[in-house]
Design a protein around this ligand. Sequence first.
Ligand code: PEP
Ligand code: MG
Length: 572
Amino acid sequence: MQHVFSGLPAAPGIGVGTLYIYNPLPQRSHPHARTVQASTPAEEWERFVVALQRVDDELARLSAVGNSFLSDIFHVHREILHDKTLTDSVLAGIDNGLTASEATQQATADLVDIFENLSDAYFASRATDIRDVSQRLLVHLDGVSLAQQLHDLPPDTILVAEDLTAFDTGHLSSTTVVGIALAGSAPTAHTSILARSLGLPLICALGPGIMQLEGNQPAIVDGIQGRLFVMPDTETLESYQEMRVRLRSFRISAEASSHEPAVTVDGCNVPVRANINSREDVLLIPSSGADGIGLLRTEYLFQQRTTPPSVKTQVEAYREMADQLPGEIFTVRLLDIGGDKPVQYLPQPLESNPFLGVRGIRLLLQEPHLLQDQLQALVLLAREVPPTNTIRVLVPMVSKVAELTRVLEILDQVDHVADVRYPGGPLQIGVMIEVPAAALMADHFASLVDFFSIGTNDLSQYTLAADRVNSAVAALATSLDPSVLRLIGMTCDAGAAAGIPVTVCGEMAGDPSITPLLLGLGVKELSVATPSVALVKYAVRQTDMAQARLLARAALECGRAQDVTALLKQNI
Ligand code: PEP
Ligand code: MG
């Protein structure tokens, strides 16, 4: 039976092939099963020093030939290699009777533990770099590498792993591997960036469940929507096979024109912005061609801390991003956490249905100090940005008009708000349309806000009553279901009647085959994961609005999601 896992799209493209489960993490040697050194500690230390020198030479060579991004990675790896904490810890292990390779495994595993437990996501992700250095040292100490298996993979392999180091990725060949599915990692991790440079579709954050999968099963990696299909049914397989062929030629042309504006055949300009989940994601914007930020998920600023970030900390974090976007729109979504994403400093009772519980604006209205501080930080930011910049504030998980009016009342009390909130001013307020109730009441919301942003990930899960993180029902929650399309259409109509722009920022916006349908439904702007910006801009340039409207009208008449999919295919 077909199984679908949902994760974060990190490198666009479609891979159709067979699963290969890769589990190479170096194991810490068991304290009671240590190899007795055949040589003296001095000889083991000498072996380590020789291996260290060889790895250093190797990294120096690699950083000289790679592009600047790769050079930076290898530079970081050289720093880790020479870090005194690492070498002292290896020396201590050798003095305690471990061999050089055991001491290396022990020392690097200890460091990985420390880094993985750090609250700063940036430092936590350095654990992968430490694993990389460990792998390189062990090759020189033992002459064997688990990553060697990546050299000899059969054609059409879909690689499944917890995470991959740059060392692992260096062993991959895009002639045998057609896609990567990772249980952990992030779109900004080195692995994701390297996969993009190799042109390999990659999905990350699929969850630990994928490491239990059996190898050799047929599968599909959808690096655009972030889905892994295992044992796909015939219909899914056929549609992805076709999509893969189309995408290949499409991508080449799209990337060549990523910095040109996205204007339809008949002259409609459609800004394509980026969805950003962390501080590091912003680094991807300049090369992506994105027209600003369409969704900053601010959760990363609030999680893994013992107290909420102060107004000052928030202003600094937002300013750092705004500085990268001269003349662009910067959309910041208010904190969207709830029962499924706990934070230490908030009492959040366990909920049996966290997605239906105290989430997003519901939580912020229960904890108004959090809302006031975030609004204050955004008002202060809007006061200092150049007049060409616009700060858009997006209110998440709204289901009632009264919730929005309460937020607007609280905003009115914030210091200096009058300096920035006036018609045409630098601070705009918008509402996420991601609960069916909000779409149904869109005309009422439209008169209160400056823009709408449709969150199709949640809108689909709530419309179809299918939990977006439950892989058993994830396929039910397709955003192409006509019920979801009707709600998108209603929202666009309400936006047009009130003269406010409507954006889609859910994952469906990143699929270029859906672009004409969304524009035909009346969507005016798109916000997508950075790897998809070039593809979506290219799709906009190929869209004729008269045809797109006909396509949308036909899709709204469909009874089933597969009929909509069939229409999209005919449209190509
Ligand atoms: C959405 O729901 O579509 C959305 C963009 O928000 P998130 O995925 O962060 O819930
Ligand atoms: Mg959402």
